[in-house]
Design a protein around this ligand. Structure first.
Ligand SMILES: C[S@@+](CC[C@H](N)C(=O)[O-])C[C@H]1O[C@@H](n2cnc3c(N)ncnc32)[C@H](O)[C@@H]1O
Length: 203
């Protein structure tokens, strides 16, 4: 397995190193996506592909009356995310799972928000994961997506190999009647261009 594969499937000692890199390199994309959500403080949030748990930590500080769940296929990432979010886990406001995003272990309409950063390009198969996201979101709930250009290029797949292609694929997938109000923004970070997109679950 090559070094780049560790960013997709972090495990073992190299995976722990990848987690530290992600903590530092993905902080600004997560700060911006969390800010885009303008949380009220009582939302039920699911993060898909939480990695080292940085966004969960940021959102926990803004959700005093809310709850957080996370799912990621990597045990190594769960250990790092657990250490980072120890206090919130002990308070019973957060649950972290290791699992497959194509089979989300949550009841229908469990969440107000599904959050995912540098992750949507890994969804496999993409239509099935999106259909699971639709199922677990309440009608009117939001999906929040961010992807950095560097991740889109390194992990090019059916959605495209750069953020303009990803934007077009997401606009088509997050369209009525299942979805509405697709709102994309492209911003430049110190790591390059990044796409931020929010859409609302329709029928
Ligand atoms: C590049 S990291 C991003 C982590 C984190 N969201 C961040 O902003 O730093 C990708 C993460 O996606 C997870 N992952 C890999 N394949 C996945 C899939 N099919 N569905 C959900 N998560 C996946 C990996 O285990 C890893 O934690």
């Amino acid at each position: 397995m090559g070094v780049l594969d560790q960013f997709e499937h972090p495990h073992g000692t190299p995976g722990r190193l990848v987690g530290w890199i992600l903590t530092w390199a993905n902080r600004s994309i997560n700060e911006r996506l969390v800010a885009e959500l303008t949380l009220r403080g009582d939302e039920r949030v699911l993060e898909i592909g939480y990695g080292p748990g940085v966004a969960l930590e940021m959102m926990a500080a803004k959700l005093p009356r809310g709850s957080l769940s996370g799912i990621d296929p990597s045990e190594t990432m769960r250990s790092q995310a657990e250490r980072r979010n120890e206090k919130t886990l002990h308070q019973g406001r957060m649950v972290l799972s290791v699992g497959d995003s194509a089979h989300l272990p949550y009841a229908d309409t469990s969440f107000d928000i599904v959050y995912t950063a540098n992750n949507v390009q890994l969804w496999s198969p993409f239509p099935q994961v999106l259909s699971e996201v639709h199922r677990v979101l309440r009608p009117g709930g939001r999906i929040a997506i961010a992807v950095q250009g560097v991740a889109a290029r390194a992990q090019a797949g059916p959605l495209g190999g750069n953020i303009d292609e990803l934007d077009r694929s997401l606009r088509a997938a997050l369209s009525p009647p299942g979805w509405r109000d697709y709102r994309p923004k492209v911003q430049r970070l110190w790591t390059g261009r990044a796409l931020f997109a929010i859409a609302v679950r329709g029928a």
